[in-house]
Design a binder for this molecule. Structure first.
Ligand code: 8YV
Length: 330
């Protein structure tokens, strides 16, 4: 019998989900909570047909050339900026991601972060925990309303639309958005969103949420110029990727009071966080957990496994980023 294909599972996933991988693959499972340093990642990938990774593992041409047996890359994330997909395609490596299953949880969290920034929840909690709460006063931590305010969304994909629906249907918010391409009229009506230019979006939004995919083309898209367009009462929320925002420009803008507050789940150098962000009172900061519910993380891992099981049995994967690789082979 031919030996079973080998897979490297770079980060832990629920045991019940991984059990289905064990049925088809020889599984090399990394220790819990260890991000493999690059040389070790390359070494552990030797002889592997497949790998299951997260945003912490970078797959580029150099790695692919050093691991010629690698054929399938399954990332437990919707974002794929850590993977050089064209390099994979050129070498016949199939790449899959985990869209859809995390849309609603990520939208919930983006909306919650935005509300926390608008209503100054983190500031209030820090004050209370530090013993600095002395008395009620009419303007104690008075913030900006969310209901009825204008919600701005940059990037109107699945998650952007889910956030728009929350604002439109749940909070009576006029919703404006900017995106590479405009939605069709029926979708715009369903999510209650109006298309505007990028400058109008920054100038008119009371609460602006970034949910666009990262690519070098959008590196530091949000810089001093855009931030200066924002209202002093506005909030900026990022649940996309840290590199979209010029963090130094954001720190300067927050110090100058425009926008009024920022809520960030993603950072340029995460897990390192710009120390200036930590000292500003008007920031809400969370450690890249927008998709982190037990149900969603389990569904993400299950989809990543399903993709690998499909690939190894010659069936089309559910969510391939470069399906042309498979079409070419059949
Ligand atoms: C992941 C994410 O937790 O899906 C994404 O793109 O950013 C998060 O849901 C992270 O990338 C780990 O893979």
């Amino acid at each position: 019998a031919s030996p079973r294909p080998a897979v490297l599972v770079a980060r832990q996933a629920p045991a019940a989900v991984l059990a289905r991988l064990h049925a088809e693959f020889d599984v090399d499972l990394n220790e819990p909570d260890v991000v493999l340093p690059r040389p070790e990642l390359l070494q552990r990938l030797q002889g592997k047909l497949a790998c299951m990774i997260t945003g912490s593992e970078r797959i580029d041409a150099e790695l692919l050339d050093a691991c010629p047996e690698l054929r399938f890359v399954s990332t437990v994330s919707v974002g794929f900026n850590h993977i050089d997909v064209p390099a994979c395609t050129a070498r016949g490596v199939v790449v899959t991601n985990t869209p859809d299953v995390l849309t609603e949880s990520t939208a919930d969290f983006g909306f919650a972060l935005m509300m926390a920034a608008a209503r100054r929840m983190s500031e209030g909690e820090r004050m209370l925990r530090d013993g600095r709460w002395q008395r009620w006063s009419w303007d104690l931590l008075a913030g900006a309303d969310v209901h009825g305010a204008t919600l701005g969304i940059l990037g109107m994909g699945r998650i952007g639309q889910a956030i728009a629906r929350r604002g439109h249907h749940g909070f009576g918010m006029p919703v404006i958005y900017h995106n590479r391409s405009r939605l069709d009229a029926a979708t715009e009506a369903a999510v209650g969103a109006r298309y505007v230019s990028q400058d109008e979006l920054f100038a008119e939004a009371d609460h602006l949420i970034l949910v666009l995919p990262y690519s070098p083309a959008v590196h530091h898209l949000v810089g001093a110029q855009q931030l200066a367009l924002m209202k002093p009462t506005a909030t900026l929320t990022n649940v996309a990727r840290g590199g979209i925002v010029d963090e130094n420009a954001l720190v300067a803008a927050l110090r100058a009071g425009r926008p009024g507050a920022a809520a960030l789940d993603v950072f340029e150098g995460e897990p390192q966080v710009n120390p200036a962000l930590l000292t500003l009172p008007n920031t809400v900061l969370t450690p890249h957990i927008a998709s982190a519910t037990i149900k969603t993380r389990t569904a993400m891992a299950a989809l990543a496994v399903d993709n690998l099981l499909a690939l190894v049995s010659g069936r089309p994967p559910l969510t391939a980023l470069n399906p042309e690789v498979i079409e070419r082979q059949t």
